[in-house]
Design a protein around this ligand. Structure first.
Ligand SMILES: [Zn+2]
Length: 512
């Protein structure tokens, strides 16, 4: 059993830096002006800073070329983007109430929902509107993935943003929240998305990963070692129109507290994949979001059991330390983004047949899959540790359910494109895992729509089907409240009033 435990711990420790390179980016959907690069750090040497920028600036060159060449299919866009689009007699998901409303007619003018008609109060329909008969169909708000990485993970697989963005939209994911990347490259992906709304989700940008003196991730980490560096960093992020600042594992409380305070002053959201900075301290200091269930679980372990064999797999979540932390979070404005799917598919259980044989894996370019398989082969998960690994994932789900029942708002995020976390489609797996954790299908859908939009400060535009909201919608053939897996039963996706079909989008993703 000691061999088992040590193999498990090895995976545990190594996989934190190698795979959980998060960055939170909250892009501003309203931004119209392009980001303007400014030298990043004021302290610590211009040369170091410039060198880092040069490294991160190389990748987006290809992307920029694609953006500038312009490849929107104009005829497709015109036909599917009428001045007025009407979804007639749909059953729509009211994400605020968490229930379905039958016989609604959604009138979309341009990219905005102009009216919602009912049998009692029919909406006015202009004569030249394009009408889609939605009787027997279920319309939900466009899904939002609260945790993705736009560049550095794809970079490792030699896949560029333009090649995998269609996967999100094909899965009904109309917005993605970056959780950390090199800002220049991220901004390039964002520009591609704006130029190609027929194949891209909306992008919300994030800072690089704020870390200690030696960042865990050399490609996307940014060291902040003195509180005097924080104002300059926050100013630069604001100049890039970043929505989210992300604190990473090497950030101590002194720096983290300053990032939260100054970030809030600039209207930004501060999130954390915590390490040195405890959840108890970060919540007390007013952090907006905790990334990964680890950022709660790791601070719920009593000192007397820490380090014992399989203590994580066997943790009693009723222990006083865990209960006190859950209560503290529930009383605070902090929300939690569990990202259960990355723990199962990538870190702990990629040796399960259901992960390896998942049909979603066939959707990504072969380059990406080859990198994922190389990661799997390096990881060498041991069969004899599988039982403990499965029990640990079950604990993560149990804690997710405890947080939900305590009233902590949960987000739905994935960490795509980490290995075996398929862009877009992994969000449907996350929804299943949330339901498996005790959320109702309605609550899971609320997490992926309303809660994610609220965290992004987009609740007046995204996440609900109401008059005045942006027309990001997914038309389903069956009712997802009967079975959450039906969120995959997509007939078409509406992105800002533009109708796109999943099969057309999947054809845009290279096979090789
Ligand atoms: Zn991440």
């Amino acid at each position: 059993m000691s061999g088992t435990a040590s193999a498990f711990e090895t995976i545990h420790i190594r996989s934190v830096p190698d795979t959980m390179a998060d960055s939170d980016c909250l892009p501003n959907a309203d931004r119209r002006s392009p980001p303007h690069p400014r030298p990043f750090p004021r302290e610590g040497g211009r040369e170091k800073c410039f060198g880092a920028w040069m490294r991160v600036a190389i990748l987006p060159v290809t992307l920029m070329a694609i953006v500038l060449s312009g490849s929107v299919n104009a005829s497709l866009a015109d036909e599917n983007h009428p001045a007025v689009l009407v979804l007639r007699d749909a059953t729509i998901f009211d994400s605020a109430a968490g229930k379905m409303l039958p016989h609604r007619t959604v009138v979309i003018a341009g990219d905005v929902i102009e009216a919602i008609g009912t049998p009692e109060q029919p909406a006015k329909i202009p004569p030249k509107a394009r009408t889609i008969d939605c009787s027997g169909r279920y319309v939900i708000p466009g899904l939002i993935d609260a945790h993705v990485h736009l560049v550095h993970l794809a970079d490792r697989t030699h896949v560029t943003g333009d090649e995998y963005l269609p996967l999100f939209l094909a899965a009904g994911v109309t917005s993605v929240r970056s959780t950390g990347d090199a800002i220049v490259a991220e901004a390039g992906v964002d520009r591609f998305s704006r130029a190609h709304p027929d194949r891209s989700p909306r992008v919300f940008l994030c800072s690089p990963l704020i870390d200690g003196a030696t960042p865990v991730h050399k490609d996307v980490g940014w060291p902040l070692v003195d509180v005097a560096q924080v104002p300059g960093f926050v100013d630069d992020m604001a100049a890039w129109n970043v929505t989210t600042l992300k604190i990473y594992v090497g950030t101590p409380r002194t720096i983290g507290r300053s990032v939260i305070e100054l970030g809030h002053r600039r209207g930004m959201i501060v999130t954390g994949h915590l390490g040195l900075y405890s959840a108890q301290d970060a919540v007390e200091d007013g952090i907006d979001c905790l990334e990964h269930i680890w950022s709660v679980f790791n601070y719920s372990i009593p000192g007397e059991v820490a380090g014992k064999p399989n203590h994580r797999a066997d943790l009693d979540l009723q222990n006083p330390r865990c209960q006190a932390l859950v209560t503290q979070i529930a009383k605070s404005p902090t929300v939690v983004d569990p990202t259960l799917v990355v723990f199962r598919n990538m870190i702990y259980l990629h040796d399960l047949p259901e992960v390896q044989e998942d049909p979603d894996l066939k959707l990504v370019p072969a380059r990406m899959k080859r990198y994922w398989d190389a990661y799997r082969d390096r990881s060498k998960l041991m069969p004899e540790t599988r039982d403990a690994r499965q029990r640990e994932i079950a604990k993560y789900q149990e804690l997710t359910g405890i947080l939900h029942r305590a009233g902590v708002p949960l987000l739905a995020g994935t960490d795509a494109p980490e290995p075996y976390v398929t862009p877009g489609f992994s969000l449907h797996q996350e929804l299943e895992l949330l339901v498996g954790s005790g959320l109702s299908p309605s609550a899971a859908l609320q997490a992926a729509t309303l809660n994610n939009a609220r965290l992004l400060k987009q609740e007046e535009k995204l996440g609900r089907i109401e008059k005045g909201m942006t027309a990001d919608l997914v038309i389903l053939r069956t009712n997802p409240l009967d079975d959450i897996r039906r969120t995959r039963d997509i007939e078409s996706v509406v992105r800002g009033g533009l109708v796109v079909s999943p099969s057309d989008l999947l054809r845009l993703v290279p096979k090789e």
